[in-house]
Ligand binder design. Sequence first.
Ligand SMILES: Nc1ncnc2c1ncn2[C@@H]1O[C@H](COP(=O)(O)OP(=O)(O)OP(=O)(O)O)[C@@H](O)[C@H]1O
Length: 295
Amino acid sequence: MMRCALVVNPHSGRRRGDEVAAAAHTRLTAAGAEVVVVRGADTSGARAHLETVIAGGLDAVVVVGGDGALHAVLDLVVRHDLLLGLLPAGTGNDTARSTGIPVGDATAAVDIVLAGHERRLDVARTGEGVHVMTVVASGFDSKVNERANAMRWPRGNMRYNLAIVAELRAFSPLPFSITLDDRVIEREAMLVAVGNGPSFGGGLRICEGAAMDDGLLDVCIINPVSKAKLLRVFPRLYRGTHVSLPEFERHRVRSVTLSSPGIVAYGDGERLGALPVSAEVVPGAVRLLSPVPSP
Ligand SMILES: Nc1ncnc2c1ncn2[C@@H]1O[C@H](COP(=O)(O)OP(=O)(O)OP(=O)(O)O)[C@@H](O)[C@H]1O
C-alpha cells in the first residue's frame, strides 16, 4: 500500500487548495492509499510537519498547490528520493503545465498519481542549496516582483499589472556578468532567465524549448529592446515565439552564475535573494508521477 503525504497549501490559487485536497483525500483513500495530511501555517511549518512524516516512512509526497508550494518541499522530496505527485491548485502552475498534468481537473490529476508512472526530471540547485523546478529569473521580472511585493494595494493580479507599468517606465537595461559553465560573458540585458522548465509566471514561455529531462539548464537572455517593442512583443511570450527575435539569446549549460549589482533573483516565483546567484543542474533528481513515464 502506498503511504503518501498530501501537502496542502491553503493559500494557493485563492484558497482552492483545501477544496482540491478534500477531493483528493477521498479518491486516494478509496484507491487504497494511506494518506497523511500535512499542513502548516506557512512554508516552514509545512516543512517541519513533512519532515516528521518522512521520518515515519513515506513513499510519495503529493503537493496540492502551485509552484510555490512545490518549491517549499522540493529539497526534502529530492533528498529522500520520494515520488512526487502534483495536484495543481495555484494561480500559475507552471510545473504542471510543462509536464502535462491537467490544471483545473483535480480528478484527472489524482488519477495520474494513482497510475504511478514515474518520470525522472532534472532540477536546478542553487549555490545555497535551494531547489528550483521551473525558472530562476532576474532583471525586469525580479524588479516587478520586488515592486509588487512592496505595494500594499491592490491585491492579486492587478498589483502585478500596476507594478509592470511602473517598472516599465523606470526600467533601463542592466549590466549582467554571466558565467556559463567556465566561460564568462558580459551583457546589458533586460532579463536573464535560467530554465529547467520552459515557463514561469503562469504560462509565460520565457525559456521555450527548455526540456526538463535533458540534463541541462537553458540560460535565456533578453538583450536590450525599446519599451515600445517590449510591449508589442510581450504577448509572444505566451506562445514562446519570442525566441526567433534577434534580441533573444540562449545558452545550454550545466551550471551558471548570474551577477548584477543591486538585482535580486526569484526561483519558482519565490524570492531567492540578491545576486550573485549560481545554479547547477541535478539530472534526474525528481521522480515525478507523470502522465508519461520516462522512456
Ligand atoms: N504548504 C504550505 N503551507 C503554507 N504556505 C505555503 C505552503 N507552500 C507555500 N506556501 C506559501 O504560499 C504562497 C503561494 O503558494 P503557491 O505558489 O502554491 O500558490 P500560487 O501563488 O497561487 O501559485 P503559483 O506559484 O503556481 O502561481 C507561497 O509563495 C508560499 O509563501
